[in-house]
Design a protein around this ligand. Structure first.
Ligand SMILES: [Zn+2]
Length: 131
């Protein structure tokens, strides 16, 4: 098992729940979690689960994909603004690219992200699908 794999397994709970954090002082929320609040500078942040629905802010359609993502093209990547205002980058699946719009409502789903190598470890994580 290589470093990436170990780190993945250690953090897998976060992938399945999309846990970010919230500043105890001003209430700002972040994903991925941060250590110092960008708004007020507080170091008091607590884990909080992110909402699982949001809206597409912008997206791009990739017709060439990186190794490990073969067979997934065209691959749609979007920036999603979750209900709490936090923006996350994620793949948008199960939606024909031409049906997608800025402002489309999406929800988070858990899917296979990629396989590593021939006998590959399979990575799962969050993606988005239109509502
Ligand atoms: Zn703050």
């Amino acid at each position: 098992m290589n470093y990436v794999a170990i780190s993945y397994w250690r953090r897998r709970d976060r992938y399945y729940r999309l846990v970010g954090n919230r500043c105890s002082s001003c209430g700002s929320e972040y994903y991925p979690p941060i250590y110092i609040c960008r708004r007020c500078g507080s170091e008091s942040l607590v884990d909080v689960e992110m909402p699982n629905t949001g809206q597409v802010v912008t997206y791009t359609i990739l017709r060439e994909v990186m190794a490990g993502f073969e067979g997934q093209q065209p691959l749609v990547l979007g920036i999603i603004r979750l209900e709490n205002g936090v923006k996350v980058l994620g793949q948008i699946v199960d939606t024909p690219p031409e049906a997608l719009r800025t402002g489309s409502r999406v929800k988070m789903v858990f899917r296979k992200i990629r396989e590593e190598g021939e006998a590959g470890q399979i990575y799962y994580g969050y993606k988005f699908t239109t509502l």
